[in-house]
Design a protein around this ligand. Structure first.
Ligand SMILES: [Zn+2]
Length: 309
């Protein structure tokens, strides 16, 4: 466990060659609006953005997701066909910093980076220690997991409505109307979370993967992530640091997530005398949808943190 060397040069080289491969396809994208029953084709990079784009696009747009259900979006590699699809799309909706392959392939003139629409928070502070080569977060000054705050996602919905209206002016009103409805729905969810997390015995969130910074920021919780990267094993030093903190703060639950092995969280939980529970970072499609999964997260948090609402 101690032989965790920082082979960052190798990691960067590997990442660079992947990026170069994707960048080679910088061909001309003459057809900005490809007919799909006459509808503009809109590509959404991964689940929460796909959900958002489907809500706002409605029946006026043909929405395709790049990341298949059950796939960790950070690891996505694009097929040649997907790069072509992305180049042809009227609009690509993504968040810079989540998927290096997508960041590299998007055409800035025909893409919407949702992180540009919201106030971002800084990236996790132990990012440097944990070997972040493959996560795509390494060059980022901000945390890209913004969809875990419904109020920020509502802001992104409004801006997405404007971008779709520009890409497809004939249906501008429809996009703007649905963006307003979506923002209102997200506003209701935000209120439920605010109320549900007002009075809690503990406000410390120990998570497997540091994905919940925006949830913590919005609802005044304190996130302690075991790792920033879902793929990286924490160093023994980090693990004992988190264990000490969890004990000091009387943490009763260590949160895991569906796409990450619960092993590390289970080890930590047994050290601290806590149990584990699944909190969904929504990086992949849940069994319901974005709204129902966030409501499930609220229930999980209320139980784990001892909230009375
Ligand atoms: Zn992540």
């Amino acid at each position: 466990m101690s032989g965790f060397s920082r082979s960052s040069a190798v990691g960067l080289l590997a990442a660079a060659s992947l990026l170069t491969t994707a960048a080679c396809g910088s061909g001309s994208a003459e057809t900005s609006t490809t007919a799909s029953g006459g509808k503009p084709e809109v590509v959404a990079a991964f689940y929460p953005l796909q959900w958002l784009t489907e809500q706002v696009g409605g029946s006026d747009a043909s929405v395709t997701g790049l990341t298949a259900p059950g796939v960790e979006p950070h690891d996505l590699e694009l097929s040649i066909q997907q790069v072509t699809e992305l180049k042809k799309a009227a609009l690509t909706v993504y968040i810079k910093g989540i998927q290096p392959a997508v960041d590299d392939a998007v055409d800035p003139a025909k893409s919407f980076d949702a992180a540009t629409a919201v106030t971002t928070i800084p990236a996790g502070e132990h990012a440097e220690e944990e070997g972040e080569e493959e996560h795509g977060h390494e060059e980022l000054s901000y945390d890209p997991h913004l969809w875990l705050d419904p109020s920020r996602l509502a802001t992104a919905a409004t801006e997405l409505g404007e971008r779709l209206a520009t890409a497809d002016p004939a249906h501008a009103q429809g996009y703007r109307d649905r963006a307003a409805t979506t923002a209102a729905t997200l506003g209701t969810l935000d209120q439920e979370l605010t109320q549900g997390l007002t009075t809690c015995r503990s406000r410390t969130l120990v998570t497997a993967h540091e994905a919940f910074g925006y949830l913590a920021d919005r609802y005044k919780l304190k996130q302690v992530g075991i790792t920033l990267d879902p793929e990286t094993e924490p160093s023994p030093a980090r693990l004992s640091e988190v264990a000490k903190l969890a004990k000091a703060e009387g943490v009763t639950t260590i949160f895991t997530e569906a796409l990450v092995s619960p092993k590390v969280a289970e080890v930590l939980a047994s050290q601290v005398g806590a149990k584990t529970a699944v909190l969904d970072p929504l990086e992949s499609k849940p069994s319901g949808d974005y709204l129902s999964a966030m409501r499930d997260n609220l229930k999980t948090l209320q139980t784990a943190l001892g909230c009375t609402a």
